[in-house]
Write a protein of this length. Structure first.
Length: 113
């Protein structure tokens, strides 16, 4: 899995699968955020399947789906709130990682106070 750290406590990745969660736990990740709506792609696992497997490995899982090109201020605020409260490090993912990176960039002012 291609994980890219944007800082020491936050990383982005393309689509996570249930079988990748053990590796994420072993890599020290404590929280995942799914920014991809269920059903967006035919080969995409459901968030429920990912969250169930994450729980087995002690990883906190959050579902904050956003549509590409349609990120709202509410999405940005919700993302910042999850990051603030979540065990670190956090991994956010979508199809390619771009939406997760965009949310990270857009939430910078909120996260930094």
């Amino acid at each position: 899995m291609n994980i890219r750290y944007l800082d020491k406590n936050f990383a982005i990745a393309p689509q996570v699968t249930p079988d990748a969660l053990r590796g994420l736990r072993d890599a020290g990740l404590a929280t995942i955020i799914c920014n991809r709506p269920d059903g967006e792609g035919g080969d995409q696992p459901s968030f429920a399947d990912i969250a169930s497997q994450a729980a087995q490995y002690g990883i906190e899982a959050h579902y904050l789906p956003v549509v590409p090109g349609k990120i709202t201020q509410e999405d940005v605020e919700a993302f910042a709130a999850i990051i603030a409260d979540a065990p670190k490090p956090v991994l956010a993912y979508c199809r390619t990682g771009l939406r997760a990176q965009t949310l990270w960039q857009m939430s910078a002012a909120l996260r930094e106070g």
